[in-house]
Design a protein around this ligand. Structure first.
Ligand SMILES: [Zn+2]
Length: 151
């Protein structure tokens, strides 16, 4: 993936901090290395995010059956919403912004805000292809995933 898929933000972070816990800390470690990790079932290859038992193999022991793998970072817009008001003061400089539900090529749904010049406008933009952009916050020491529309 090219360096254009990385944004370095030196703006002080004023929004809620990401909720990093033992179930997702490897995901955030992956983001720092500019890898988008998902859980994968070793038995059937189905992908999951966030952490979940495979629906086809829910009787398998989790640790033995599920592993982190790098996803493509590509997907499509499943749904989106344009926000004209900030629900948190940290977002007020960015309104309007587009919050989207992304269906990864591997299957899981993830939510994030969209970045880039192209933004979805109406219902016909559902299904537009997107790719992940890694937003590094060096001062705070974390990386967040954003998505942008690809041509
Ligand atoms: Zn499975």
């Amino acid at each position: 993936m090219s360096e254009s898929n990385v944004i370095v933000s030196n703006e002080p972070w004023k929004k809620p901090l990401p909720n990093i816990d033992k179930d997702n800390e490897q995901f955030y470690e992956g983001l720092k290395k500019h890898k988008f990790l998902v859980w994968r079932c070793k038995t059937c290859g189905a992908s999951y995010w966030p952490k979940a038992y495979c629906i086809n193999h829910e009787n398998e022991p989790f640790a033995a059956n599920m592993e982190w793998v790098e996803a493509s970072g590509r997907g499509k817009i499943f749904a989106f919403n344009r926000h004209h008001m900030a629900f948190h003061p940290g977002f007020k400089d960015e309104v309007p912004y587009v919050y989207a539900l992304i269906e990864l090529d591997e299957g899981p749904l993830v939510s994030s805000t969209l970045v880039g010049a192209k933004m979805p406008k109406d219902v016909y933009d559902v299904g537009q292809k997107v790719e992940v952009v890694y937003e590094d916050h060096p001062a705070e020491g974390f990386t967040l995933p954003r998505f942008r529309i690809v041509d």
